[in-house]
Design a protein around this ligand. Structure first.
Ligand code: PHE
Length: 455
């Protein structure tokens, strides 16, 4: 496959690209709002535990599969399974990943579209001097009709297809090289601003003083699911990127490094957002609109607010864009390998399909009646909530479970030891996490939620 798609030119570019894939809307948009909805500190603690004990080992497992197979996800899994004397049925992880990545991208581009709109609002001074109510109005107006949303998300779909269509070396590397450092600088400025002017101490207490009475089992599942979502796991992406990994790069070290960066960005986003939320008396559990309804109030009041506001949302767009590039990659690689399309054709086709499915989210946000589906009982969800719930809270943890069992039980130890290429103690730790901790934890949370257990 590397013959089809090329390889990263060096270890540094790989880290940049994989970090770019991991760091995205999950860190800046989703983490703060789900933390706010689930009570703060206790949620953060469970989330950090999931990252360390499940997310990081699963990431290593995925990069290992990719690096071993050097093929698109399902083919890499088959190769590793065959060489370990196992059934090729393990390839379901590959398929599941391609489907999950596709579905995630269908709503991801719409949220990224919000950020594109807010970049425009920011630079053109739309936040200046606005009251909290007016800022709230700006957000509802954006979601009032489907056409602007379609346009804004279309910008992201088009950009993604073009960069990915140009190929790994030319497109992806150039894009991420510039984008990641800008992201860090802007985020640091925002945290410093929040520390100086907002309710910083209250935000720190909210995020780091655990109160377990505020955390439900559904909250635990959301933290678990989010640890997969934010590290881009179980969606074929890390297998894909692992397939492009240069020889001689330590997958253990790079995985730890990527997870650290990803966690840092999420915590920084929280520290930039919550001081402003509290200083303006906004509800922490405002939901998906949290950053769009809160931060612009601060931008409207601060000196040079248009510049900071525009730049902040530009940063969100950048982060979302590097993740979209990754999210579309598994569908594109699949089309190239299985359907024999040229890369640009595959990128155009995948982009168009994603844009079509994104209509479900667009109409959910505009509140179209048909976009609300009745599930069992009187549970109702919009397509947007449903796509988010099914992918992040069900497909990704389930995929992670299968990957854990596959790599730690089914794959020959001799192979995994050689691929991980690390100290025996670390290998044992990795194996223990995947053999016992990850499967047991994931099963426990699921069983508890469907009511089989009642902890
Ligand atoms: N990790 C990305 C983010 O945090 C989203 C993503 C999820 C990317 C799953 C790939 C796969 O925004």
């Amino acid at each position: 496959m590397s013959e089809y798609h090329g390889r990263w030119s060096n270890r540094f570019t790989y880290i940049l690209a994989a970090t770019g894939a991991a760091v995205g809307l999950g860190n800046i948009w989703k983490f703060p709002y789900i933390m706010g909805e689930n009570g703060g500190g206790a949620f953060v603690l469970v989330y950090l535990a999931c990252i360390a004990l499940i997310g990081v080992p699963v990431m290593m497992a995925e990069v290992m599969i990719g690096k071993y197979g050097r093929l698109a996800p399902s083919k890499s899994v088959i190769k590793l399974a065959r060489d370990s004397g196992r059934s090729s049925a393990w390839r379901v992880t590959g398929w599941g990943g391609v489907i999950a990545g596709f579905l995630i991208l269908s709503f991801y581009v719409v949220i990224a579209g919000w950020a594109v709109a807010y970049t425009w609002y920011g630079f053109t001074g739309s936040f200046t001097g606005r009251s909290a109510d007016e800022i709230g109005q700006l957000f509802s107006n954006l979601n009032a009709s489907p056409y602007p949303l379609l346009g804004w998300s279309g910008v992201i779909v088009l950009g993604t297809s073009i960069v990915v269509g140009k190929g790994v070396q030319k497109g992806l590397e150039k894009a991420v090289n510039y984008m990641m450092p800008i992201l860090f600088v802007l985020l640091t400025i925002m945290v410093l601003y929040a520390a100086n002017t907002g309710e910083f101490a209250q935000a720190v207490r909210f995020m780091f003083e655990p109160d377990f009475s505020k955390l439900s089992w559904n909250g635990v599942l959301i933290a678990l699911g989010h640890s997969f979502f934010t590290l881009s796991l179980a969606s074929g992406i890390m297998i894909m990127y692992g397939a492009y990994l240069p020889e001689g790069t330590s997958l253990v070290k790079t995985s730890v490094y990527i997870a650290l960066m990803d966690t840092l960005v999420a915590l920084m986003a929280g520290l930039a957002i919550f001081p402003v939320v509290f200083a303006n008396g906004l509800p922490a559990g405002a939901g998906p609109g949290l950053i769009f309804q809160s931060l612009p109030i601060a931008f409207g009041q601060m000196p040079l607010g248009s510049l900071f506001g525009g730049s902040f949302f530009l940063m969100v767009v950048v982060a979302a864009f590097t993740s979209s590039i990754a999210l579309i990659e598994s569908s594109v690689a699949w089309l190239v390998e299985h359907r024999g399309l040229l890369r640009w054709q595959a990128a155009a086709l995948a982009g168009f399909a994603i844009w079509l499915v994104s209509l479900l989210t667009v109409f959910s946000l505009t509140g179209a009646e048909w976009s609300v589906v009745s599930l069992w009982g009187d549970i109702k969800m919009s397509y947007f909530d449903l796509l988010d719930y099914i992918t992040a809270n069900i497909m990704l943890p389930l995929g992670g479970l299968i990957i854990s069992v596959f790599t730690a039980w089914a794959v020959k130890e001799e192979i995994s030891r050689k691929m991980l290429d690390t100290e025996p103690a670390l290998y044992l730790l990795w194996q223990t996490c995947l053999r016992y901790i990850a499967p047991v934890a994931i099963m426990l949370v699921f069983l508890n939620l469907i009511g089989v257990l009642d902890l």
